[in-house]
Write a protein that binds this ligand. Sequence first.
Ligand code: SAM
Length: 282
Amino acid sequence: MNQIDGLPPLRDVIERHGLSALKSLGQNFLLDLNLTSRIARSAGSLEGHTVVEIGPGPGGLTRALLANGAAKVIAVERDRRAIAALAEIQAHYPGRLEVIEGDALAIDTAALGEQPLRIVANLPYNIATPLLIGWLSPATWPPRWSSMSLMFQKEVADRITATEEDDAYGRLGVLVGWRCRATQMFDISPKAFVPPPKVTSTVVHFEPRQEPLPCRLATLEAVTAAAFGQRRKMLRQSLKPLGFDPAALCAAADLDPTVRAETVPVAGFVRLANALDALRGQ
Ligand code: SAM
């Protein structure tokens, strides 16, 4: 194996630390450090940056982040078995790797570390979407992080980067498109993982928009939940749960009430959210 740092091969680390993959923790490990380096490089320059990584596991991506120049990596891992394996990396890069043992969903991970901050992770697939929504939902924007490079199942990546021209367009695509520019970087075959998952994975790169169209996040979520809750129905029907006359809402938002949610661009949903707030007197 082509090593990047003189540390033992990941297969050896996994064996010595008894890191047999647990399905319950969404564990599919990457053992090829050339591949994890490619993911690390896709984040942009890491020099002078703190990187928050969720789920380092045996440390394949962690090592690549450090070898590619991250000033510091703060890694949050739930599996106690991985902590000893990560200690070997800490010893190799003194002061540059902080490991937090805990549940990433219970920690404000975007509040960790110094800026400039990037988030880079091969996410556990079972909590990938809630983690992403958390990073997209801080009260103030732009967020503390300057980019995120995250791996998802391809089907989820398609929903994240979808626009109104794509079949996968929905609530997630609107939220992401409102606050970020999100780009699919490359796919990773199931064969690259141990154990191999059933589906292809995709690395998605996110950059926050500095000035997203103004609207309230909670209202945007309310209108997209209604509109996509009945995605095959026209807006004049699907917006009824919002409690106001859908025709009046659409008129105020300059939208045709006979179109369906899947054809409305992000800017249309923002107008709809602002129209709803105006009707509510907010
Ligand atoms: N980064 C490693 C790699 O690329 O080989 C492992 C990635 S594996 C897909 C996901 C990792 O997330 C596992 O190490 C798993 O233990 C960890 N994990 C699962 N649920 C977690 C949670 N709630 N909080 C923190 N880490 C979690």
